[in-house]
Design a protein around this ligand. Sequence first.
Ligand SMILES: Nc1ncnc2c1ncn2[C@@H]1O[C@H](COP(=O)(O)OP(=O)(O)OP(=O)(O)O)[C@@H](O)[C@H]1O
Ligand SMILES: [Mg+2]
Length: 245
Amino acid sequence: MIEVRGLSHSFGPKEVLRNINLHVAPGEVLGVMGSSGGGKTTMLRCISGLITPTSGQITVDEVDVKAEPEKARLRMGMVFQGAALFDYLNVEQNVLFGVRRHLSLSKTEEQSLLKDTLSRVNLQGTEDLLPSELSGGMRKRVGIARAIALNPKVLLYDEPTTGLDPITTYQIDELIAELRKTLGITSLVVSHDLLSVQRTADRVAFLHQGEVVFLGTPEDFLVESHPAITEVVEKSQAKSLSTLQ
Ligand SMILES: Nc1ncnc2c1ncn2[C@@H]1O[C@H](COP(=O)(O)OP(=O)(O)OP(=O)(O)O)[C@@H](O)[C@H]1O
Ligand SMILES: [Mg+2]
């Protein structure tokens, strides 16, 4: 469903992604971890067509993202780092933002889509609230609702649980798993939370200094010897121990 071949990207002289090769099968959830500044957000932006990469080829559901960015974008939903809601728009306007730009639905159809989408993320009855009136977890849910409103085949999540407490994190992880199960959505989930990745992902990719230094199962990830990976695994184990104590 997602095929990335030889993807490299530079911002001016700074090379941020180096020869990335990835594929994500239909219905699969790929967790993407990596050091901060390692290029994860940049990779998602390249896949979603928001950035045109310096080189490489990306296809999503067999559509070439570079050649047909608009067509490709309609197949994808993006959940931005920090939710990135429009502060001056209420939940309804945020969720229907893309829908109103791309589809011409009647008021009744819009309302039924809104109701259906909000119930998928468990936010029924919040239509009129502004982002400032929502909790952190609710804001992330609105971000997810906006991303699924156009019924995408692929969802790109950028740090969907960052800044959330463990229970809310668990609920968002459950939601990611649920959307994959009920809608069959292929997902790429960037996260720095190993527990979340273990809960949601079939495979893990680790990006370090712009390169994929690991691609495999969550089980193999735990015993991988790359120093940047052992650091993440040890930190996560120490964190879960301190939560238990
Ligand atoms: N628009 C931009 N212009 C110039 N440099 C950029 C731009 N966006 C990102 N970068 C640089 O690219 C590198 C990778 O950034 P990116 O945001 O992709 O990392 P990340 O892995 O998502 O990090 P984090 O875990 O902190 O979110 C960083 O050094 C960043 O400064
Ligand atoms: Mg990022």
